[in-house]
Ligand binder design. Structure first.
Ligand code: C2E
Ligand code: CA
Ligand code: CA
Length: 855
C-alpha cells in the first residue's frame, strides 16, 4: 500500500485487514491510486503525491501504465539543478511496471518479489481495472502485524488496577476520572445483584459518548442512565488477533478483560493495542532474527518465513547461487554497502572485497564452507563509496533434500561502531591512565607472547619487579598530586632506560613490572637492574621541589628460575622483598631459598583437601537489586572457608589453589548444590521469585561432564533451572570458542541463565560475545569504583551498558559502594546493582533476617 511505513504501521486500517494465510493482494492494498501523464512535470507529480500522502505515482498513457515514480526515486533528484524539477516524469520514472491481480495470494506475491527484483506491482481487479499498488513493505508489514497479533495475548496489555464507577456516580466524576487517569473511557458498575450474566453487570462510558453528551447539552445525570451496556468482554488469554476482530466486528474501541475466574480485571482500548505495537514489532523482528539460521536451513520447508525474515532483517542478507553469483540482497544490504540490488545481482560477491584479506584467508573460508557448511568471522569489506569497514559475516551453504548445494546465504552486520567501542574499552582496560604504561592485564598478555618467543629462540628473558622505597611517605606528606607527578616521571625514566621491545607496565600503586627479552644470561639482567636502580635514584623535580626516591628491584630469569609466567612474576616479587630487607636501593636476583612461600602453599593445600569433609566451607549470600527501585531480584552465592587456625580465608586466596589442585571440581559441585538447596528453602518460606547466581571457575567449566553435573544437581534439588544463573568469565569462552559454545548450548538446553562475570577486565570483545547465548553482563567493580569521579570509568561503564543492551543483555554493576555510584549507574540505565551500598555478603540466616522471604 501506498503510504509511509510508520503511518501504515499505526493506522487503524492495518487492523481491519484479515491477515490469514489465504490473504490475497486485494485485501491488503489501499485504494489510494494516483496517476499522471508522461509529460507531467516532476514537481507537479511530487506535489500531488505529498498532498495525497502516497509514496508513488503511476505514469499512464492511453490508459496503459508505462512507468512508476516513487519517493525512493525522489532521493535521486539533483537538487542543485533547478531544471530537473521541470523534467517530464517520463524522463525519471522506472519502467516497466509489472501487474498482479487482486486475487493473487500473498505468499505467491512474496515469491515474485524475490524472483523479479522489483519493488512495486500495480494491482488490477478481475475486470482489469487498476485498483492500487502493492510494495514489498506492505507484504512484510502485513505478515508482521498478523504474526504479532496472533502471538500476543490480551493479558500482556493488562495494567491492572481497574476502577469501576458505581452506576449512581455522576457524569462529572466520570470525566474527572478520565482526565486524571489519562484514559478515554470508564467502566460503570451496576452491582453484582443486577447481574443476570457476569458481563451484564458492567457498562462503559467513553470520551466519544461525552462529546455526544456535550453536543446534546445533557445535564449531569447518573452514569447508570448514560453508559452503554453491556460491556463487551474477552478473556485474558485471548489473542490480540481475536480481540481486534471483535473490535472491528462490533465497531467498538474498548473491551473489558475477564480473568480466569470471570472477574473483570481491566479495560483495554484500541489505542493500547496500537501503542505497544511499534515497539513490539521491533522485538518481534529481533526474535525473527534469532530464528533466521533455522529459517535458512529449513528453507525448503519454510521459504516463506525466510523471505519475510530476510526482507525485514536488520542485518544485511545476500543470497547467491551455487556458483557464488548474487541472486538477491535485502534492503539492509543496500543500506550498508550502498549497492542497490540491480547493481549487484548477477555479480560475484568479490565486488565488495576491500583487498585487506589475503587469498589464504578466503581459502580458509571456502574450506569451512565446503567442510562444515558454514563459516563465520570478521571481514573488512568496501562500501560503494570506497569506505572500508569491518563486518561480522556468517555464511551458510544451503543444500536441497538430495544434498546438492544450491545456494549460499550470507548474513552480516556492520560492526564499525562495535569495533570503535571495543577499541575504546580495550584502550581503557589495557593501559594505566596515569602513566600511559600498559597495565597488569596487558603485561600478562605480552609476557605470554614473550615467553613463547624466548622458548622458540632458546634465549633468556628477565622479569623485574620494581617498587619505589617509602613512596607512601611522599604521598602522605606531600599529597597525591605530587605523588602522581613523581610516578609519571619515574615511569618515563623506566621507559627511557629500556630498549624498544622491552615492556614496562604499572602494576598499581608504586609497583612496576619490566620484561626484558633476548638476554644472553642472568648477568645481563643484573647489569640492567643495576643501571635501572641508579637511573631512578637521580633527583626528580616536582613543583620546584627536589625529590630523591630509591627503588628496590627483584629479578627472576626464564628459564633458570621458572618457565611459567605467574611463577616468574611471583619469584621477582619475592626477590624484590629480599632487596627491601637488605636495605633498599638495590636489586636482588631470585634464589630458590627465598621461596619459603611455596611451603606455605603446600600447607594450605593439605588443609584445603580436608576442608570439604570437615565441613569448613560455607556460603555467604549477597543481594542484587534493581538499580531503579531497589527491589531484591537476585542473590550471589560466595564461598567462605573457615580454616581452623587461619580463620576466614578469602576465596581470592584459595580458589586459585583449588583450581591448580583440581579440588575446585568437588568444591564447585558442593557450592552449586548448597546454593540450590538454600534457594529451595527460600521458596518454601514463600519468598518472591529470586535468582540464585553461582560462580563457576575455568577449570570447572572445562571439566568433562560439567553440564551433566549441573543437570543432575538441578534434578536432585528440584531447582527451577530458570532461577539459576551461572557466572562465567570471558576468558573461559575465548580459550576454545567452539568447545565453549557447545558447552554453553548444553547449559542453555538445561534452561539455566548465563552471565559474564568481571566484564571489562578481559577481552571485552563484544562482537564475539554476540555469538554466545549470554543473558547478563556483570561490570567489574574496578570500573564502578571511580564512576562518580573518573570520567574514563564513567565512559567505560556507559559504553558497556549501552552495548550490553544493544546485544539484548541485562547489565549488572558490581561493587556499588555508595549512593553516588548508584546514582550514576541509574542514569546510565544499568539494570541491576550489587555491592556494600546495599549489603555485604551475609550468612544465610542473616540474609533471611535482612530480606524476609514472605514480606
Ligand atoms: P566475584 O565473583 O567478583 O565476587 C564479588 C566479590 O566482590 C566478592 O568477594 C564480594 O564480597 C565483593 N564485593 C561485593 N560488594 C562489594 C563492594 O561494594 N566493594 C568491594 N570492594 N567488594 C565487594 P569475595 O566473596 O571475596 O569473592 C572473591 C572472588 O572469589 C569472587 O569474585 C569470585 O571470583 C571468587 N569466588 C567466590 N565464591 C566462589 C565460588 O563459589 N566458586 C568460584 N569458582 N569462585 C568463587
Ligand atoms: Ca561473581
Ligand atoms: Ca565479579
Amino acid at each position: 500500500m501506498n503510504r509511509p511505513e510508520s503511518d501504515r504501521l499505526l493506522s487503524e486500517e492495518a487492523f481491519s485487514m484479515p491477515g490469514n494465510d489465504e490473504t490475497r493482494v486485494g485485501e491488503i492494498i489501499g485504494r489510494n491510486l494516483l496517476e499522471c501523464a508522461p509529460d507531467e512535470p516532476l514537481h507537479e507529480a511530487a506535489r500531488r503525491m505529498s498532498e495525497r500522502r502516497v509514496s508513488s505515482i503511476l505514469v499512464v498513457e492511453d490508459d496503459r501504465v508505462v512507468g512508476i515514480w516513487t519517493e525512493r526515486d525522489a532521493l535521486r533528484v539533483d537538487f542543485d539543478d533547478p531544471t530537473t524539477f521541470a523534467l517530464p516524469v517520463r524522463a525519471v520514472m522506472s519502467s516497466p511496471v509489472r501487474v498482479v491481480s487482486t486475487a493473487t495470494p500473498l505468499h505467491e506475491l512474496t515469491v515474485r518479489f524475490r524472483e523479479e527484483h522489483v519493488r512495486h506491482y500495480v494491482v488490477e481487479d478481475e475486470t482489469g481495472r487498476r485498483v492500487g499498488i502493492v510494495s514489498q513493505t506492505d507484504v512484510v508489514l502485513n505478515q508482521g502485524i498478523k504474526h504479532y497479533l496472533k502471538l500476543r495475548r490480551v493479558d500482556a496489555l493488562v495494567k491492572g488496577g481497574l476502577h469501576a464507577l458505581p452506576a449512581a456516580a455522576g457524569l462529572g466524576e466520570a470525566t474527572r476520572r478520565m482526565r486524571e487517569g489519562g484514559v478515554d473511557a470508564v467502566v460503570v458498575d451496576y452491582g453484582a445483584a443486577d447481574a443476570s450474566a457476569p458481563a451484564g453487570r458492567y457498562g462503559i462510558l467513553t470520551e466519544r459518548d461525552v462529546t455526544r453528551l456535550v453536543a446534546q447539552r445533557t445535564a449531569d445525570r447518573a452514569l447508570g442512565e448514560l453508559a452503554s451496556r453491556p460491556l463487551v468482554t474477552c478473556r485474558a488469554d485471548d489473542s490480540l488477533y481475536r480481540v481486534r476482530m471483535l473490535l472491528a466486528e462490533r465497531h467498538i474501541r474498548h473491551i473489558g478483560v475477564l480473568d480466569g475466574e470471570g472477574e473483570l480485571v481491566d479495560l483495554v482500548s484500541f489505542k493500547d493495542i496500537l501503542s505497544g505495537m511499534e515497539l513490539a514489532y521491533v522485538h518481534e523482528l529481533h526474535d525473527a532474527l534469532r530464528a533466521r539460521d533455522l529459517a535458512l536451513s529449513a528453507s525448503q520447508r519454510d521459504l516463506y518465513l525466510a523471505e519475510k525474515v530476510i526482507e525485514s532483517s536488520l542485518e544485511g542478507v545476500m543470497v547467491t547461487d551455487a556458483h557464488a553469483r548474487i541472486l538477491s540482497v535485502n534492503p539492509a544490504f543496500t543500506r550498508m554497502t550502498g549497492y542497490a540490488p540491480e547493481e549487484v545481482v548477477g555479480l560475484n560477491p568479490s565486488v565488495l572485497n576491500s583487498g585487506r584479506q589475503s587469498p589464504a584467508f578466503y581459502a580458509r573460508m571456502w574450506d569451512g564452507l565446503l567442510g562444515d557448511g558454514q563459516w563465520q568471522g570478521e571481514v573488512w569489506n568496501r562500501r560503494k563509496t570506497g569506505e572500508v569497514y569491518p563486518q561480522l559475516l556468517h555464511i551458510t551453504a544451503i543444500r536441497d533434500r538430495e544434498g546438492v548445494l544450491t545456494h549460499y546465504a550470507a548474513l552480516f552486520t556492520d560492526i564499525s561502531r562495535l569495533k570503535e567501542t571495543e577499541a575504546r574499552i580495550r584502550d581503557l582496560a589495557y593501559y594505566d591512565p596515569l602513566t600511559g604504561l600498559p597495565n597488569r592485564r596487558l603485561l600478562d598478555d605480552r609476557l605470554q607472547v614473550e615467553l613463547a618467543h624466548a622458548a622458540r629462540l632458546r634465549c633468556r628473558l628477565a622479569v623485574m619487579f620494581v617498587d619505589l622505597d617509602r613512596f607512601k611517605r611522599i604521598n602522605d606528606s606531600l599529597g597525591h598530586a605530587v605523588g602522581d607527578k613523581l610516578l609519571v616521571e619515574i615511569a618515563a625514566r623506566l621507559r627511557a632506560s629500556l630498549r624498544d621491545d622491552d615492556t614496562v607496565a604499572r602494576m598499581g600503586g608504586d609497583e612496576f613490572l619490566v620484561v626484558l627479552n633476548n638476554l644472553s644470561g642472568p648477568d645481563e639482567a643484573a647489569t640492567m637492574a643495576r643501571r635501572m636502580v641508579a637511573e631512578l635514584r637521580r633527583p626528580v623535580n616536582v613543583e620546584g621541589r627536589e625529590l630523591v626516591v630509591t627503588t628496590s628491584v627483584g629479578v627472576a630469569v626464564y628459564p633458570d628460575d621458572s618457565r611459567d609466567a605467574d611463577t616468574l612474576v611471583k619469584h621477582a616479587d619475592v626477590a624484590m622483598y629480599r632487596a627491601k630487607d637488605e636495605g633498599r636501593n638495590s636489586f636482588q636476583l631470585f634464589e630458590p631459598a627465598m621461596n619459603a612461600r611455596s611451603l606455605e602453599r603446600l600447607a594450605l593445600e593439605t588443609a584445603l583437601h580436608r576442608a570439604l569433609p570437615r565441613d569448613e566451607l560455607q556460603l555467604y549470600f549477597q543481594p542484587v537489586m534493581k538499580a531503579e527501585g531497589g527491589e531484591l531480584v537476585a542473590v550471589e552465592a560466595l564461598l567462605r572457608w573457615r580454616h581452623p587456625d587461619l580463620g576466614l580465608v578469602s576465596p581470592a586466596d584459595f580458589i586459585p589453589l583449588a583450581e591448580d589442585t583440581g579440588l575446585i571440581v568437588p568444591i564447585g559441585e558442593w557450592v552449586l548444590r548448597s546454593a540450590c538447596e538454600h534457594h529451595r528453602r527460600w521458596c518454601e518460606a514463600g519468598g518472591a521469585p529470586l535468582h540464585m547466581m553461582v560462580n563457576i571457575s575455568a577449570r570447572q567449566f572445562r571439566e568433562e561432564g560439567f553440564a551433566a553435573m549441573v543437570g543432575s544437581v538441578l534434578a536432585e534439588t528440584g531447582m527451577t533451572p530458570g532461577d539459576l544463573t551461572l557466572e562465567l568469565t570471558e576468558s573461559m569462552l575465548m580459550d576454545d570458542t567452539d568447545r565453549a559454545l557447545a558447552r554453553l548450548d548444553h547449559l542453555r538446553a538445561l534452561g539455566v541463565c548465563l552471565a559474564i562475570d568481571d566484564f571489562g577486565t578481559g577481552y571485552s570483545s563484544l562482537a564475539y560475545l554476540k555469538r554466545f547465548p549470554i543473558d547478563e553482563l556483570k561490570i567489574d567493580r574496578l570500573f564502578v569504583r571511580g564512576i562518580d569521579r573518573n570520567t574514563r570509568d564513567a565512559a567505560l561503564v556507559s559504553a558497556i551498558v549501552s552495548l550490553g543492551h544493544s546485544l539484548g543483555l541485562r547489565v549488572v554493576a558490581e561493587g556499588v559502594e555508595t549512593a553516588a555510584h548508584l546514582d550514576v549507574l541509574r542514569r546510565q540505565g544499568c539494570d541491576l546493582a550489587q555491592g556494600f551500598h546495599f549489603s555485604p555478603p551475609l550468612p544465610w540466616e542473616e540474609f533471611v533476617k535482612a530480606y524476609p522471604p514472605a514480606g
